[in-house]
Design a protein. Structure first.
Lengths: 322, 408
């Protein structure tokens, strides 16, 4: 009888094994390289949007302190002179930080940033600089001209890009609206940790908006992380949706008005940026996402930055702290 | 213990009403809508009512295969109003294989039987890019069961039975991770549990009425396996609790079930059967997946008990040809506040037809067709918004050999 039962169970086992799809675990990636949206130090970031990125600023109005595990990136307000500090115009800075897997805790934690960037991964398919105020947008060649090492106050490395003329970095850049984007992932730019190549990934804020799905719709939202209240999560989604919108929709507004004339403008929060506002743009231009999508899939964006160059002025006003 | 970022690595699903129960696909039982708990006539009694095994004489084999086709159509509501989708065509083939042997023991009829079938499972295959991919894409769950049971006629007209039941569950679940179009998590687990069966059958001496009952205790399966996250770049970037592949445990209880029934021989060609089923689905409060790297996913279910009312009739047209039909009403224990595309369950009406044809001595072919229409379910509470309209078709065919039992 026992033999008979064993045979039966064996048959059942074989059937079960044949019928159920297997899932095999993989070891977690030892280290991750992330193109920071907020160049501050994880987990205590400065809530500063790079570099230059006026759309990012526009899309992320001050919403009170939401510093938490999910999105300590676009909230606290107060952007510094990051552009002027790190990337004298017409340079563009992309901060890169890293997380390493800790087997003891089973989680990723801040780690040493990459030692270098695999320059052979800078190609026409991975680095895109576009003047989107042209119709159609004009592409300008760009290249990394410097890798700024981390400092005590800034644990990220910074890739500094400049537009090129031939092989020579431009000293100035024509007026207009610009979008700069780096491609991440397997087909994108790679960071180097000594000899180990690691694909550059988007920081969470960019990763969540890059698929360009309406985040007002709950079905499109990412899972709510542990420790985040429903109210916090709602606020985060509001921020991200506002951010997504400015990259996804045609620009219909202009630069910060330095003359403090907010006629028809959208006021920037008073506590954050007194006397400033965004002014309507005289003409709509190609949305940032749509422009980049002509060159690589936007869901593969690791870093995206936008800025405006004012005629006769080689400065990006939006990035200058008042 | 952390909660995994993946909110709803969901859970189970269907088959047909009442949680994830699958109807008995043995053609005779299916054709009678499962109402024949007091009218078992062959080796399939090893599952439906082992007490009836005491009426088997000699060797008896009953083998059947089936095709189960389940489809769910979703209509969005609220912010998803106007959207719709339906599950992919993905039939599954539950089987029913039983053998029995009967003889006298101590001067009283005795029979022993064994076999296996698929009493539970889920079969939900949504399109990869559907609106609810963040809740579920695929549920492929199967609960196999093997039986070793016996029946003995204790005194004239009173038969008792019972035995061992071994449940073995497998499941594969896939859930999209929004808003990333190519990101998903999946897990595969399996495991088993031993349980038991108790049964009885009593035929009234004065009228042709048989009363039957069968009780199967729950099987608490500890499923173990692996969970994996497929996210571009390997993890959700920047998250302090990124999705890391890990081992997964899931305790899945296949609920206790009590079937009671009546079989009444109205006249020579007509047999009428009645059945009532109680499913202890109140044990199904949540699906909890525990990862060995700190992840924990809990999907609330909050089921209550389920009940099924069944009626069937068998008509002997000729000595070697029997026609059958049945109908049932299933009252599911689902809580609509927790309704989910992972488990398109609801109350249901079902009807069935079938026949047996003895084409040789001691050899017959059996077939049945079963259709269940689940009531349209409106998801409420935090459930994925919309209505779910589900229907199930089952076709079953098989052979029975040396069926040599006394009739009703």
């Amino acid at each position: 009888m026992l033999v008979r039962r064993s045979v039966l169970l064996a048959v059942v086992g074989v059937l079960a094994a044949a019928a159920c799809r297997d899932v095999e675990q993989r070891d977690p990636a030892p280290v991750l390289a992330l193109a920071a949206f907020d160049p501050g130090q994880y987990p205590d970031r400065l809530a500063t949007i790079p570099f230059p990125n006026d759309l990012g600023l526009r899309g992320a109005p001050y919403a009170g302190p939401l510093r938490d595990a999910f999105l300590d990136v676009i909230d606290d307000g107060g952007w510094r002179e990051s552009f002027a500090t790190w990337a004298p115009f017409p340079g563009i800075a992309v901060p890169v930080w890293a997380q390493a897997f800790n087997a003891e805790t089973g989680a990723y934690a801040l780690s040493e940033p990459p030692t270098a960037i695999a320059t052979d991964t800078f190609t026409a398919d991975t680095v895109v600089l576009l003047r989107v105020s042209d119709d159609p947008p004009t592409r300008l060649p760009a290249a990394m001209i410097q890798l700024v090492r981390p400092t005590e106050t800034s644990p990220s490395v910074y890739m500094l890009f400049r537009p090129l003329e031939g092989t020579t970095p431009l000293a100035s850049i024509p007026a207009g609206r610009y979008v700069f984007a780096l491609r991440g992932g397997r087909n994108g730019v790679h960071a180097l940790f000594d000899d180990v190549r690691v694909p550059l990934e988007a920081d969470r804020a960019i990763a969540v908006i890059a698929p360009n799905r309406d985040l007002d719709e709950p079905a499109n939202r990412p899972p709510k992380p542990e420790g985040v209240t429903d109210a916090q999560f709602e606020a985060q989604m509001d921020q991200l949706e506002a951010l997504r919108s400015v990259y996804a929709l045609p620009f219909d507004w202009g630069r910060v008005d330095v003359l403090n004339t907010c006629v028809n403008g959208v006021p920037v929060p008073e506590a954050l940026y007194p006397g400033r506002c965004w002014l309507p743009s005289p003409a709509a231009v190609t949305p940032a996402f749509a422009a980049v999508d002509q060159y690589f899939p936007i869901e593969e964006i690791a870093s995206i930055q936008t800025f405006e160059v004012i005629p006769g002025d080689a400065a990006v006003r939006e990035e200058v702290t008042p | 213990m952390k909660k995994l970022v993946l909110a709803a690595f969901l859970a189970p699903a269907v088959a047909l009403a009442n949680g994830y129960d699958v109807p008995n696909v043995n053609p005779r039982d299916l054709a009678l809508a499962g109402s024949a708990v007091a009218a078992q006539v062959d080796a399939a009694a090893a599952y439906q009512n082992p007490a009836a095994l005491s009426r088997v004489q000699g060797i008896d084999v009953n083998v059947a295969v089936s095709g189960l086709f389940l489809g769910t159509e979703w209509q969005g509501a609220g912010s998803l109003a106007g959207q719709s989708d339906k599950t992919k065509f993905s039939p599954v083939p539950p089987v029913s294989v039983f053998a029995a042997y009967g003889r006298e023991l101590g001067g009283r009829p005795f029979g022993i039987g064994f076999g296996f079938n698929v009493p539970g499972g889920g079969n939900v295959f949504w399109e990869d890019g559907w609106e609810g991919r963040g809740r579920i894409i695929t549920v492929d769950r199967k609960v196999y069961a093997a039986y070793l049971t016996a029946g003995y006629e204790l005194i004239p007209n009173l038969r008792l039975g019972g035995g061992l039941v071994y449940y073995y569950g497998t499941e594969y679940l896939k859930q999209g991770i929004q808003p990333f179009p190519d990101a998903y998590g999946e897990l595969s687990t399996r495991g088993g549990a031993l349980s038991f069966d108790l049964a009885a059958e009593y035929t009234l001496p004065s009228i042709p009425l048989t009363i039957g009952a069968d009780y199967k205790y729950q099987g608490k399966m500890n499923l173990e396996g692996d969970g994996k996250f497929v996210v571009p770049g390997g993890t959700l970037p920047g998250s302090p609790t990124p999705n890391i592949d890990q081992g997964v445990e899931h305790e899945l209880t296949f609920p206790s079930v009590l079937n009671v029934g009546l079989a009444y021989r109205v006249n020579d060609p007509w047999l009428v059967t009645f059945g009532f089923t109680w499913n202890d689905y109140s044990v199904y409060k949540a699906d909890v997946f525990e990862g060995d790297r700190g992840a924990r996913i809990e999907v609330p279910r909050n089921y209550g008990d389920g009940y099924v009312f069944r009626v069937g009739a068998e008509y002997t047209l000729r000595e070697n040809l029997k026609l059958r039909a049945g109908i049932l009403r299933d009252q599911s224990g689902i809580d609509e506040d927790f309704a989910s595309p992972t488990l398109p369950d609801s109350n249901a009406w079902a009807g069935s037809l079938g026949a047996s044809w003895g084409f040789r001595q001691n050899l017959a072919v059996n077939a049945a067709l079963f259709y269940a229409n689940l009531d349209e379910l409106e998801a409420t509470g935090d459930a994925f918004p919309g209505s779910y309209d589900t229907s199930v078709w089952i076709v079953s065919a098989g052979v029975s050999w040396r069926t040599n039992l006394d009739g009703q």
